[in-house]
Design a protein around this ligand. Structure first.
Ligand SMILES: Nc1nc2c(ncn2[C@@H]2O[C@H](COP(=O)(O)OP(=O)(O)OP(=O)(O)O)[C@@H](O)[C@H]2O)c(=O)[nH]1
Ligand SMILES: [Mg+2]
Length: 361
């Protein structure tokens, strides 16, 4: 999974990228400011950590998310092919929105997250509209030469997309079904990508509550409730400090702010929700590992996330929910208690399942 970090100038995009990926921006590979930063973030998962305590494995592998940090968004930037190319390939966007006050850091006008959200969404809409219009012009010419059913369908779809965009709504809110999904995929429209609005809020002693209330406070709840959208809040300043600490220090620091978990954990969880993703685990003395699959995946296709051979030669999945396994203390105990189940290929994998795939390969 790949997420693009976007937003207006100086809102904290690169800071968020740094704390998510722990990348050293000062290293030579990040020397060119016009180039996008690419990095990988480990998906924090307390469930996997606790399973690992039981197995003490040689390798512990968390799921990961790729992030790309691009320059500030705007009409001009969106006209640059290199800028849009970096964003077209992502699965989702994280729009960092300024909600912190700091007179030292300039911002377009006063702090107003809802205005910024609308403004960036508008830029994405306009960029897609330009692309749609260009393609429609081509199609018109092609259709004059040769009327094929496929060209006409594409034309109909793009006319519908155009009408939708002209009402200033992003494509992520448009109904697209069946073959049209495939047809539209190739365009990699920016306003079609699921988006998470990330409010970057002030540091405060009541940060726990502030983060909880930020979406309401800044009137972002309605935008976040739309199709393929979501919202969360972080405090970039505090997260940056957290990123430098050991786990114990971080825990103490979090509770001093009235926080149970880091904002990043929440941010990544929200991204999973937004994209309809879940995690399942494989465990053993060699390796404990988290895997990411779409919600409602069947056991056989989930096995394919591990290896295509496991999918092909799938027989059954020994299955137990992670907390039941911890409760039993071992797979053998769980088997004896009857909490370890044998599931077939049609089984719908649940978030937090531990699977052991039996196969004939
Ligand atoms: N007070 C405060 N300052 C912050 C916070 N997050 C980032 N900043 C500061 O804001 C400035 C810009 O941060 P960046 O992370 O570089 O922002 P950006 O969005 O990547 O900026 P551009 O790429 O230039 O558009 C830096 O000086 C940061 O230290 C925050 O939560 N609170
Ligand atoms: Mg930046």
């Amino acid at each position: 999974m790949k997420t693009g970090i976007i937003g207006l100038p100086q809102v904290g995009k690169t800071s968020l990228f740094k704390i998510l990926t722990k990348a050293d921006i000062s290293s030579p590979s990040f020397a060119n400011p016009r180039e996008a930063h690419l990095g990988v973030a480990k998906v924090p998962d307390d469930r996997l950590d606790r399973l690992a305590q039981l197995y003490n494995p040689k390798k512990l592998i968390h799921a990961s998310v790729d992030y790309v940090d691009v320059a500030a968004i705007g009409q001009e930037a969106l006209k640059e092919t290199a800028f849009t190319a970096n964003l077209r390939t992502v699965d989702a966007l994280a729009h960092v929105v300024r909600a912190f006050d700091d007179p030292a850091i300039p911002h377009v006008g006063e702090v107003n997250p809802l205005r910024d959200i609308k403004s960036v969404d508008f830029d994405l809409i306009l960029s897609d509209l330009g692309q749609v219009e260009k393609r429609l012009e081509r199609l018109e010419k092609d259709l004059k030469k040769m009327r094929t059913a496929e060209l006409e369908r594409e034309n109909d779809l793009l006319l519908r997309a155009k009408a939708h965009l002209e009402t200033e709504r992003p494509l992520r809110e448009m109904e697209i079904a069946g073959d049209d999904e495939k047809r539209i995929r190739g365009f990699m429209f920016l306003s079609q990508k699921p988006i998470l609005y990330v409010l970057n809020v002030n540091e405060s002693t009541s940060l726990g509550d502030d983060l909880e209330n930020a979406v309401q406070k800044y009137n972002v709840a309605e935008s976040a409730s739309r199709k393929n959208a979501g919202a969360t809040a972080i405090c970039g300043k505090v997260e940056a400090e957290l990123a430098e600490m050991s786990d114990e220090e971080a825990q103490e620091f979090l509770s001093s702010y009235g926080l149970k978990e880091s904002g990043l954990t929440r941010l990544i969880r929200k991204s999973y929700e937004l994209l309809g993703l879940i995690s399942f685990f494989t465990v053993g003395e060699d390796e404990c590992r988290a895997w990411t699959v779409p919600r409602s995946s069947r056991a056989q296709s989930a096995a394919g996330a591990i290896h295509s051979d496991l999918e092909k030669h799938f027989i059954r999945a020994e299955t137990i929910h992670w907390d039941k396994l911890l409760e039993a203390g071992s797979e053998a105990n769980a088997r004896a208690k009857g909490t370890l189940r044998l599931e077939g290929k049609e089984y719908i994998v649940q978030d937090g399942d531990v699977l052991h795939i039996r196969h004939s390969g």
